[in-house]
Design a protein around this ligand. Structure first.
Ligand code: PEP
Length: 250
């Protein structure tokens, strides 16, 4: 049985002072879990988060990285810069980056390859919009995102990747996919990975659900056979709520 991987995506929230407070509250609340706990914080809080979580079971992630090692890319951060800080994970291709910052399957692939080469573990987000779901295009969109977004990723590299299935219509809206909707979509995503990488790699791949997951609905979602964890936005900003998600599945 896989344990679950629960990652908090703080998005553009929390000052350094607030980061210290939230991590201080979180450490004792999640200390006894067998699940993997990750917090993905803004760049400005990474050093603080790495320092405060040393010796604990909380891992630290960033929310994006560039694909080049260095150069004239104003405002961007290289994967090696994150590694130097002690960061282990990085969220890539989040729907907010796809929607507001022009991220495409191809740029997600470039970032994923670069993150893997630097030794980071990417959490790669995919998911359909409401319009795409209503038009019956969910499978087509998910299939394209996986096939294009992973086309140069090797089977060895895939072992260090986490995928987050996040239906865009459920992110930050309070509308959660039902347990069955989330499980069915993730089963489909897993079947696409199986086509590309074979059954063993697809079975071992961790695929999280994300989209308004919280302390109330986490138990149901995490009990589903294909759901290997969660990527949590809003509810990860409150220590007690995030801890309840972390501990929802024993
Ligand atoms: C997210 O940011 O990845 C997310 C799922 O957000 P929320 O939990 O707030 O819907």
């Amino acid at each position: 049985m896989k344990n679950k991987i629960i990652a908090g995506n703080w998005k553009m929230n929390k000052t350094i002072a607030e980061t210290k407070q939230l991590i201080g509250q979180l450490i004792p609340l999640v200390a006894d879990t067998n699940n993997t706990v990750i917090i993905c914080v803004p760049y400005t809080n990474l050093a603080t988060a790495v320092e405060l979580t040393k010796g604990t079971n909380i891992h630290v992630g960033a929310q994006n990285c560039h694909w080049k090692e260095s150069g004239a890319y104003t405002g961007e951060i290289a994967p090696s810069m994150l590694v130097e800080l002690g960061v282990e994970y990085v969220v890539l291709g989040h729907s907010e980056r796809r929607t507001y910052f022009g991220e495409t399957d191809n740029t997600v692939l470039l970032r994923t390859k670069a993150a893997l080469s630097a030794g980071l573990k990417p959490i790669v987000c995919i998911g359909e919009t409401l319009e795409e779901r209503n038009n019956g295009q969910m499978e087509q969109v998910l299939s394209r995102q996986v096939k294009e977004g992973f086309k140069d990723v090797t089977v060895e590299e895939l072992a260090n990747v986490i995928v987050a299935y996040e239906p865009v219509w459920a992110i930050g809206t309070g509308v959660t996919a039902t347990d069955e909707q989330a499980n069915d979509a993730i089963a489909f995503v897993r079947s696409v990975f199986q086509e590309m990488y074979g059954k063993q790699a697809a079975d071992q791949l961790y695929i999280q659900y994300g989209g308004s997951m919280n302390d109330k609905n986490a138990q149901g979602l995490l009990s589903m056979s294909h759901i290997d964890g969660g990527l949590i936005g809003g509810a990860s900003l409150v220590a007690e709520k995030f801890a309840q998600v972390v501990k929802a599945h024993k």
